[in-house]
Design a protein around this ligand. Structure first.
Ligand code: PGA
Length: 249
């Protein structure tokens, strides 16, 4: 049984000044908790600010929302895994649906990013999820498992065992429409089965987060669902008081 994980994906919100104000307010009302882990995914420019503010809080960690798969080079506008690590990040989101569907990132690119993350000592959080059309066509599991298998292709078993996964149905992200706890559990179970086929029993300790319109009203129910080990929250993580209420779920 892993500790429940509450991950905040701030997307393109909260630059350094706002991130500092958010964290000051959040930290003032959220004393250290031993029984849960909270991860913050600010935009790249705010990673240093957030990571410095949580330095003495082992229950809080910082990640970056995206990396390039090369460690350095002529890639104007990109951030690499070693740079994210140097900024204090411990985790990185890979294959978030906005990366896949707004920026046309492929399964193969996600795989390169997972490997780049491990080279730099970052823990990748591989995000998978189906479009509404894929769900309607009965292809939810096929889509999710294709993204999953491609994402971990060629990754050492021990490294896969140390990853986090997030199931985020694309139709539920930012739409106010959430998967039912049963829907989430079903897909999470399929993810665990695929991971078990890939790396054996060690797969059972891998946290699988659910994301997609999680808020303070539904977080507790989703977290109580079988095989849901945490939540990845976008919109409802942007306000310090609201986020505090969710992480106390
Ligand atoms: P949402 O976003 O909570 O705003 O739906 C979740 C995510 O994209 O990670």
């Amino acid at each position: 049984m892993t500790l429940p994980i509450f991950a905040a994906n701030w997307k393109m919100h909260h630059g350094p000044s706002d991130a500092r104000a958010f964290m000051k307010s959040f930290l003032a009302h959220y004393p250290r908790q031993q029984d849960r882990k909270v991860l913050f995914f600010p935009n790249a420019l705010s990673v240093t600010t957030v990571s410095e503010l949580v330095r003495d809080r082992p229950d809080l960690e910082t990640g970056i929302q995206n990396i390039h798969w090369e460690d350095k080079g002529a890639f104007t506008g990109e951030n690499s895994a070693p740079m994210a690590r140097d900024s204090g990040a411990t985790h990185v989101l890979v294959g978030h649906s906005e990366r896949r569907h707004v920026f046309a990132e492929t399964d193969a690119e996600s795989n390169l990013k997972v490997k780049a993350a491990f080279r730099a000592g970052l823990t990748p959080v591989l995000c998978v999820g189906e479009l509404l059309a894929e769900r309607d066509a009965g292809n939810t599991e096929a889509t999710v498992l294709r993204q999953l298998r491609a994402g971990i292709d060629g990754v050492e078993e021990g490294q896969v065992a140390s990853m986090l996964f997030a199931y985020e149905p694309v139709w539920a992200i930012g739409t106010g429409r959430t998967a039912t706890p049963d829907d989430a559990s079903q897909v999470h179970a399929a993810i665990i089965a695929a991971l078990k086929a890939a790396i054996g029993e060690r797969a059972l300790g891998i946290p699988i987060l659910y994301g997609g319109s999680v808020n303070r009203g539904n977080a507790t129910t989703l977290l109580a669902a079988p095989d849901v080990d945490g939540v990845l929250v976008g919109g409802a993580s942007l306000d310090a008081d609201g986020w505090n209420a969710i992480v106390r779920a």
